[in-house]
Structures are given as structure tokens and as C-alpha cells.
Design a protein around this ligand. Structure first.
Ligand SMILES: Nc1ncnc2c1ncn2[C@@H]1O[C@H](COP(=O)(O)OP(=O)(O)OP(=O)(O)O)[C@@H](O)[C@H]1O
Ligand SMILES: [Mg+2]
Length: 153
């Protein structure tokens, strides 16, 4: 009851040059609304595969992801996925730019987030000048670029 996300009997395999790898098999998870849920497991056990499917970035072979209505999912990738030739600020507004949402309100919000994450003095730096954690913060800002996208995973 009151689940915001339900994973039901999820299965996923990858076809590789060395044959098929079965990564997820009959995975069932209930995520309660308002809860923090951690997916824990050894390297290569399928955590990113599972999250990619929940975020609709990949497709399962079998099973279902059931959400409570139409939810918005914010997802920070394991790799920060920043573009090395853009500054922190340019990376942070990239999503807005590509989706034609570069309004004053939205860029003000990005600036607010950069301040909140302690990156105000790093706006003009390039990713290779940042620590790993700072890069992840920029990636996180990318996924929070609109106020109504704050909720999610
Ligand atoms: N695109 C792909 N093609 C083929 N095999 C893949 C692909 N992506 C992942 N795998 C394989 O699937 C398995 C699960 O990978 P996944 O990235 O989901 O693991 P993980 O639990 O996130 O690991 P880590 O903790 O190291 O991040 C691994 O054996 C990996 O080699
Ligand atoms: Mg992973």
C-alpha cells in the first residue's frame, strides 16, 4: 500500500560477444512514498541496470515497473557525464538549453542551486578542475534544473 514505485518480477539480460548475461531475475521491490530506499549489492550485481530501467533509460525483458500515477524521476548517473569542454555553469544549464527552457526563472534557479551546493566560485571552472564530489553535485543540479523536477528518485 502507498507504494510510489513497484518493481514486479523484473528480468534483464544483456547479449554480449561472450554470450548472454542474465543480470536481473525476478526482482521485486516496493518503494513507499516519502521513504528512502537503498539498493545495495556487490559490484556488477545489476544496481545501475535496475535504476536505468526504473528511469526508462533501458527496457526490461520481462516484468513491470508500476508507478503511482505519472511521477517525475530525477536520476544522477554513476558517471557524472559532464562535458569536459564546457564550464560548470555551461554544463549546469545544458539541459535547459537543449530543451529550449533557458528562461530567467530557470537560470536563476540554476544559480540558486550552484550557490546551495557551494559551487558558486567554480562556475567558470572546467570538470577536470573539480573533485569527484563536485562533479556529482553539478550532475545533480542538471537533474534538478526545473523546480517541479525536484521530486523523484
Ligand atoms: N550495456 C551492457 N552490455 C553488456 N553487459 C552489461 C551492460 N551494462 C551492464 N552490463 C553487465 O551487467 C552486469 C550488471 O552491471 P551494472 O552496471 O548494472 O552493475 P552495478 O551493480 O551497477 O555495478 P557497480 O556497483 O560496479 O556500479 C555486469 O556484469 C555488467 O558487466
Ligand atoms: Mg552501477
Amino acid at each position: 500500500m502507498n507504494n510510489i514505485i513497484q518493481v514486479k518480477n523484473l528480468a534483464k539480460s544483456y547479449n554480449t560477444l561472450h554470450g548472454e548475461i542474465e543480470v536481473l531475475k525476478k526482482i521485486n521491490i516496493d518503494v513507499k512514498e516519502g521513504s528512502f530506499t537503498s539498493i545495495v549489492g556487490s559490484s556488477g550485481c545489476g544496481k545501475s541496470t535496475l535504476l536505468n530501467i526504473i528511469a526508462s533509460l533501458d527496457k526490461q525483458d520481462d516484468g513491470q515497473i508500476i508507478t503511482k500515477g505519472k511521477i517525475k524521476i530525477g536520476y544522477m548517473f554513476q558517471d557524472d557525464a559532464l562535458l569536459s569542454y564546457l564550464t560548470v555553469y555551461e554544463n549546469a544549464i545544458l539541459g535547459l538549453k537543449l530543451s529550449n527552457n533557458l528562461s530567467q526563472e530557470n537560470t536563476n534557479y540554476v544559480n540558486h542551486l550552484l550557490k546551495e551546493y557551494g559551487l558558486d566560485n567554480f562556475k567558470n571552472k572546467y570538470p577536470n578542475e573539480l573533485s569527484g564530489g563536485m562533479k556529482q553535485k553539478v550532475a545533480c543540479i542538471l537533474s534538478r534544473q526545473k523546480k517541479d523536477q525536484v521530486n523523484g528518485l
